[in-house]
Design a protein around this ligand. Sequence first.
Ligand SMILES: Cc1cc2nc3c(=O)[nH]c(=O)nc-3n(C[C@H](O)[C@H](O)[C@H](O)COP(=O)(O)OP(=O)(O)OC[C@H]3O[C@@H](n4cnc5c(N)ncnc54)[C@H](O)[C@@H]3O)c2cc1C
Length: 422
Amino acid sequence: MKEINSSEFEMDVLHSGKVILDFYSTECPPCEALASKFEELSMLYGKDVKFLKIYRQKNRELADKLGVKSSPTLLFFDDGKEVAGRLSGGVKRSDIIHNLDSMLPSERVAEIKSLIKPTVSEFDVIILGAGPGGLTAGLYLCQSKINTVLIDIALPGGNVATTHEVSNYPGFIEPQAGYMLSHNMSEQTKLCGTVYKVAVDVTRVDLEKKEVIIDEFETVRAKRIIIATGTTPNLTGAKGEKELKGKGISYCATCDAKYFEGKEAVVIGGGNSAIEESEYITRFADKLTIVHQFDKFTANKQAQDKVFNNPKISVIFENEPRAFVRDGDKIVTEIENTRNKESRKIVSDGVFIFIGMKPNVDLFKDKLTLDNWGYIKTDEDMRTSIPGIYAVGDVISKKYRQITTAVADGTIAAMAIAKELD
Ligand SMILES: Cc1cc2nc3c(=O)[nH]c(=O)nc-3n(C[C@H](O)[C@H](O)[C@H](O)COP(=O)(O)OP(=O)(O)OC[C@H]3O[C@@H](n4cnc5c(N)ncnc54)[C@H](O)[C@@H]3O)c2cc1C
């Protein structure tokens, strides 16, 4: 694996056989989540494909020339031509493998796969998801001397890690950077001795057998499982959104707002996240337009006041996005008035979407009892409908989803399990 800069691009990428190039940034949780996978895969595929990294902040001109709009972005080259699809955002190990395999003869792929040895490990408790709920459960279990493993598809921290500032978590006089708050939570749990398996692919979960397969080859078993997988952002469903995700459309202000210095942005949404993140984006952007479907925001009054008093922000109510189209360096957002159906276009340098969340239950939704919105139903001790399986935090059916409520759920589940295993 090698770090290059723009001046080496031609020689190391365009005049080299097969290459994977990672445009990364600092202070970018998805980049950190990718780093360990990238390194591990370089050991498996390194003889066939050159693994290169390039620091996007210091090589912006090249990034712009290649149309790289967010970090991380992985590009694949074969004999100087870009091949396979670009990968960006929360890049999965399996997606990278898919692209790498497509560049190699099938016999060679089979040889590489044969080098991966299956493993099995056993714990008392598996926690799926290392956000505030999972981390707190991990801390309490560890302090009760219960052998626990935390498994996460990304780095620890959950949604807090990508939140700009948290001002309502007790114990801190000043607002805390979300990244630092989640980092401290994670370090506390890790220092206690909880085992971490993070930035992995969760291939399969067997709730009956209490078995989790990660990265296709590693089986992890336990006596209890806590599901703490949280939520992920909803998509608008407008045309072009999926295609432009990571190429002009972002769901993470902490990751991408810094690239809007002196530029214009559009934010879709009107809840607390949309409003608070808009404030943050205007630290960089010169102009920001918020598009919201209703005639007033659903965010709290204090957050709304900040937005209405911010001269960089203008608001378009009662409009929904219908399409996102790239036009050179710009993104054209086509919006439609929900009352009179009139369409208009907003040209900006990029779009941020903050329109609510959906529960991460895909791996086990057919097995557990869910509420009408797809959240996991639990009893007051956080037990789900399957014996030995608990769920905590934003993924469960409840009224208020906050850091404080997630850590409370994690505490309760851990204490209930500690009592059961005693
Ligand atoms: C932009 C934004 C701003 C916010 N601001 C605040 C605030 O100021 N104050 C506040 O109290 N709350 C805030 N919240 C809400 C708060 O972040 C959540 O309530 C809290 O993070 C929930 O914690 P959790 O552990 O349940 O889930 P999450 O934080 O969502 O963590 C879930 C974890 O599970 C992992 N995961 C997902 N799927 C799998 C899988 N299949 N296998 C393994 N792991 C998986 C994820 O990678 C993630 O790390 C904010 C949320 C957002 C999105």
